[in-house]
Design a protein around this ligand. Structure first.
Ligand SMILES: [Zn+2]
Length: 599
């Protein structure tokens, strides 16, 4: 609260007056129809997308503004096809650790936010019978596979309050109070569906920022389920990533009682993330245009042809660049940024201390998804966001990177078939069917052996205990986390519930002891890497660690609620949130917003 106080200015006093008036109106509204209550002229800060309407003077007008802004958001997003990822853990009660994962499920797809919600899945369903059944069950009735009408079915549903009927005819709005979420002052309303509003109406609370009356958070469930549907409880957050709009970003769902002895049929926690709002819808025609332009360009650095060896390296570089570009275009690899520099430093440390000289530099990139996986494309090492999240320290990060570096050093990544551009011509949803970077088991064994050699000659030699503890913690949870451990582009790090990747380090590590509070073998998901849902950039979270007070606080590999610190979009504050390339961030966001029809 102290931090928040310092941000207040004179406007605050005036707005406080407005809010007090609103409270008075809200209290009347339950019984009597409201009379407009004029208040002193106020001038909240204007933003780019604000319309010419003056500030609301009554609670009714404020509600009208909320409804209007929600409809504008729905319209604004109707042409977008963000990626949506849900990771779910079913829970079982452990006497010592509380609720722990029993099994898990993973869904990844692309949403079409036009008239109804369409969903195209990235994952092919072969061998995933349990997830298909699970999704069908949870989503309730839907007309065709992965397509469902806009009803409260599924985890990604609560991106809007009510896609079609968010209005006074269907809902009663009760003003509750004012509250800060992060730096953002909000009006809080409780929403109840009217008696005859029908099935599946939102029931819960919304937080509305008090300048433009955009909803920034929704928390609740849906009223009056039909017999075949579950309605989950959800907590849905939006971020102000572009001027004027708060973009749906995270949804936490939780169901069931977690206290010992609770007799719920289902008990789970799930995180849903949305990103890739700014991805272009790609078609084969776009791609062909690009290729034609490229071939016309004359960018030959020298007058001479490449030597055969130089040509071979150029060819490999081209294959590597094609793949990384394609993955970035599909929203699966984050644009180059700060996190890459951290990974790069660790790789450099390994290279220098092992006298590794490679003809082409080794680069690193972040896969935007949660499952724990790594792979390398030529000399580019790719590590998933989820894996970076759960690694406890630099030593364990070095372990992860050393395995991929070993593949590169041993020459396992020579496949250059992707230098042919036609092999990049597929829909984003088909990425996992068209690309794959798995190694044969013999290469996996060789890479592990070489990686341990390199680690032992590196500055990380003294930190291998923590890397080994991570392997042990992973082993303890692996049988329950098959979805989290299912790699989609690289090799699995476990086989049939047994950790195979770098397993040797686990055998020499100290004993795993959940009760030892200073032994942090693995972290919960989502605590380390922050993914920008608009432009897919990743950054390392700079939050102060919270002291662990019991074994239950450790939550290795587990799903937790979201609690993002909300702040308003501003070009001035952009450098604070993205230290690496502030100008680029601000410019890109502005350009996006100006090229997008807002109303
Ligand atoms: Zn490997």
């Amino acid at each position: 609260m102290r931090k928040v106080m310092s941000n207040m200015n004179m406007n605050w006093m005036i707005l406080a007056l407005l809010a007090v008036t609103m409270t008075a109106v809200a209290q009347q509204s339950a019984s009597a129809p409201q009379n407009p209550q004029p208040v002193a002229a106020t001038q909240p800060e204007q933003t780019a997308a604000q319309t010419n309407l003056g500030p609301p003077t009554t609670m009714d007008q404020a509600v009208d503004r909320v409804i209007m802004r929600e409809k504008e958001l729905i319209k604004f997003l109707s042409l977008r096809t963000p990626i949506v990822e849900t990771y779910l853990q079913n829970l079982i009660q452990d006497t010592q650790l509380g609720p722990i994962p029993q099994d898990d499920h993973y869904f990844l797809g692309r949403m079409d936010l036009s008239d109804s919600i369409d969903r195209a899945d990235y994952l092919n369903n072969k061998g995933k019978g349990k997830d298909e059944g699970m999704e069908r069950h949870l989503l309730g009735e839907f007309t065709k596979k992965f397509k469902f009408q806009y009803q409260p079915l599924g985890f990604s549903w609560m991106i809007f309050v009510d896609r079609n009927d968010f209005d006074r005819q269907h809902y009663d709005f009760h003003y509750a109070r004012r509250e800060f979420l992060g730096d953002v002052r909000c009006l809080v309303f409780d929403l109840t569906p009217k008696k005859d509003a029908g099935h599946g109406r939102f029931l819960g609370r919304i937080w509305v920022e008090d300048q433009n009356f955009n909803i920034v958070r929704l928390n609740g469930t849906y009223a009056r389920p039909t017999r075949n549907n579950y309605y989950f409880h959800m907590d849905s957050w939006r971020l102000n990533l572009i001027p004027g709009y708060w973009v749906p970003s995270y949804i936490y769902s939780e169901e069931g009682g977690f206290t010992a002895g609770a007799k719920n049929k289902i008990a789970f926690k799930a995180q849903t993330r949305m990103w890739g709002y700014n991805l272009k819808a790609t078609t084969a025609n776009d791609e062909l245009t690009n290729i034609r332009v490229d071939s016309v360009k004359d960018n030959t650095p020298s007058e001479q042809d490449a030597t055969p060896l130089a040509a071979e390296r150029e060819w490999q570089q081209q294959a590597e660049d094609n793949v990384i570009e394609r993955l970035e275009k599909a929203g699966l690899v984050a644009p180059e940024g700060d996190v890459d520099k951290i990974l790069q430093t660790v790789v450099n440390n390994l290279e220098i201390t092992n006298n590794i000289e490679l003809p082409r530099p080794v680069r690193t990139r972040v896969l935007t998804t949660s499952p724990l996986e790594t792979f390398s494309v030529g000399n580019t090492i790719v590590v998933s966001r989820g894996l970076i999240d759960v690694l406890p320290d630099e030593g364990s990060l070095a372990m992860v990177l050393s395995h991929e570096l070993a593949h590169i050093v041993l020459g396992h990544n020579l496949g250059s078939q992707y230098a042919f551009n036609d092999r990049m011509l597929f829909s984003d949803e088909a990425t996992y069917q068209n690309l794959g970077f798995k190694h044969i088991p013999e290469e996996e064994v060789a890479a592990d052996k070489k990686a341990i050699e390199m680690l032992k000659a590196s500055p990380y030699a003294q930190k291998l205990d923590s890397a080994g503890l991570f392997i042990k913690a992973l082993q303890a949870r692996a049988p329950q986390l098959s979805a989290l451990l299912q790699a989609h582009l690289g090799n699995n790090i476990t086989e049939n519930g047994i950790v195979t990747r770098m397993a040797q380090l686990g055998t020499s590590a100290p004993a795993l002891d959940w009760n030892k509070l200073d032994q942090i073998a693995a972290l919960p998901l989502g605590g380390r890497v922050k993914l920008n849902p608009w432009d897919d950039k990743v950054e390392i979270v700079k939050a102060q660690p919270v002291a662990i007070t019991s074994a239950r606080d450790k939550m290795p590999f587990e799903v937790t609620p979201f609690f993002p610190r909300l702040s308003r979009y501003s070009t001035a504050s952009a450098p604070a949130t993205t230290a690496a390339a502030p100008t680029t961030t601000a410019t890109t966001a502005n350009a996006d917003a100006s090229s997008t029809p807002t109303n």
